[in-house]
Design a protein around this ligand. Structure first.
Ligand code: BYC
Length: 474
């Protein structure tokens, strides 16, 4: 009997009325499920997890809570409600009607952007697949799985666009999204950060704070797209994305809070003593920030980018919250870009704003990251301690753009390669730091209990108590 996919794939795109698309998704779904089985969270597939599931985009349906076995999660296809008479919001065609189909001349560009976005979603699930075994509490375990199933849904969102609007090429790309794997030597994920291993929960919190936040900015840029189905898809993805950054932000707060408690109890700031008590010293947390922040900065692309200028001119990818700006065409605006002068110093180049858009958005991202740091620093200040978290310069340890491979210190001052090489190990997590952090990652599975290196959250999920059984281990 034919599977009723209106039941199996909740959607608000009238899937049942498009047999070709339905068949394409029918072919892809078993491949997705087998990818989830092989590359998704190891074990826990038979556990009941207290998950939020979207069953529609309205306020009633987008966040339904209940126990679910992860493989039975209802990965659906949801686009935000259409905006009547929506017009192109930026670029050379400002004010013209948006596109409901892909314009032929932008087909390969749009496909490439959708594939790049889509590739990050399963990549992150692959990166995090082992973390369930070392969760510091059932609350955290549930949050990990919530993030994982939603990244899976975000993959569905991009696969829907590929299969609905890009014909055969789109179907092939959808298949390839399940063939590339994070960290694979032969077929790695597209963007570098998504090939970095995430072996411990401190890295997971850093990733959800710094890397998911790049996701927020990229999705906001794509939510402005003149290709209306992409814009609507990204708008709805953003509602789910907020929780992922919450997990990172509160995760790092809780680790910091616990460390401060231990410092208070012991009356010392000595990292060795703090580690001996099973907590993670603040300088180690700072080194993890340095690592994940600098890696995530590359995800914005090159600081001077003709690709970015073309996306903007053609109405393909805009600026986050484009309505905030007065000049939506930005044909004559310029941007002062700091670049290496080739002689060990810094030079300021005036370049067209359109070409500097990646840097422009990266700057907003840094401001957003700093709000989190200010929150963590307030905890430290309230504890009467003088330590403060800081972000390295955006020039530090870059792999993409004009600062790529230019040795600088944490403040972004160009330095000799030899000096950089000598100090890098003290700026980033060392093997010793990683080994220590991994050593404290002992699973805690009793409801309401927390591992020794992390404070409990302020409250539970959906008004449930902290000792609620967020995951019923099978
Ligand atoms: N790694 O002109 P540029 C998320 C390449 S995260 C490797 O700036 P472009 C999530 C680039 O491909 C958000 N290569 O390039 C978070 C180009 O190569 P070619 C994901 C890189 O394409 C957590 C060359 O450098 N969404 O959602 O305009 C969990 C020149 O650069 C990288 C998106 O990324 C890199 N980091 O800009 C789950 C949005 N950066 O063509 C999910 C879609 C650049 O010269 N993607 N290159 O060979 C885009 O908008 C663009 O592709 C990028 C790059 C902004 C990423």
């Amino acid at each position: 009997m034919a599977i009723d996919y209106t039941e199996r794939i909740p959607n608000n795109v009238e899937l049942a009325s498009d047999r070709t698309l339905q068949r394409a998704l029918e072919r892809w779904q078993p491949a997705f499920l087998s990818w989830w089985g092989e590359m998704g969270p190891t074990d826990f597939q038979a556990s009941d997890v207290y998950l939020r599931t979207a069953t529609s985009v309205d306020s009633k349906g987008w966040a339904q809570y209940g126990y679910v076995h992860m493989p039975d999660y209802r990965w659906g296809i949801f686009l935000a409600e259409p905006e009547a008479d929506r017009r192109i919001g930026f670029g050379d065609d400002f004010g013209k009607p948006v596109w409901q189909q892909v314009p032929g001349e932008y087909r390969s560009t749009l496909r490439r952007l959708i594939v790049t976005q889509g590739d990050t979603e399963p990549a992150s699930v692959e990166q995090q697949r082992l973390l369930g075994h070392t969760a510091p509490s059932l609350y955290d375990l549930r949050n990990l799985f919530q993030v994982n199933v939603e990244e899976g849904r975000h993959l569905w969102a991009m696969v829907y666009l590929l299969q609905a609007y890009f014909g055969r090429d789109g179907r092939e790309e959808a298949d390839e999204l399940l063939v590339r794997h994070s960290g694979s030597a032969d077929k790695p994920r597209i963007l570098a950060t998504f090939n970095e291993p995430i072996r411990d929960w401190l890295s997971f919190f850093m990733f959800t704070f710094f890397t998911d936040r790049d996701g927020k900015f990229q999705l906001k840029s794509l939510a402005e797209s003149s290709f209306d189905p992409l814009a609507r898809t990204c708008k709805f993805m953003l509602t789910e994305e907020a929780h992922h950054m919450f997990v990172g932000d509160t995760g790092i707060s809780r680790v910091t809070k616990r460390t401060l408690e231990v410092m208070q109890e012991l009356g010392t700031e000595d990292p060795a003593a703090i580690r001996a008590a099973g907590a993670i010293d603040l300088p180690t947390i700072q080194r993890y920030c340095n690592y994940w922040f600098s890696s995530s900065l590359d995800l914005f692309g090159a600081d001077a980018s003709s690709n970015a200028a073309t996306y903007f001119a053609n109405g393909i990818k805009g600026r986050p919250d484009e309505k905030r700006y007065e000049d939506h065409v930005a044909r004559d605006a310029t941007y002062a870009l700091e670049v290496p002068d080739g002689a060990g110093g810094v030079r300021v180049d005036q370049i067209p704003l359109r070409n500097a858009l990646n840097e422009f958005v990266r700057t907003s991202y840094v401001e957003d990251c700093l709000k989190g740091l200010a929150r963590w620093n307030r905890l430290i200040e309230a504890a009467g301690n003088g330590f403060r978290f800081t972000l390295p310069s955006t020039r530090f340890r870059r792999g993409i753009g004009s600062w790529a491979a230019v040795p600088t210190d944490l403040r972004g001052e160009p330095i000799a390669q030899s000096s950089y090489d000598a100090q890098l190990a003290s700026w980033l997590p060392s093997e010793g730091d990683r080994a220590f952090v991994e050593s404290v990652m002992q699973p805690v599975t009793e409801p309401g209990k927390m591992a020794a290196w992390i404070a409990p959250p302020d409250k539970g999920i959906k008004d449930r108590p902290l000792d609620y059984e967020y995951v019923r281990l099978a």
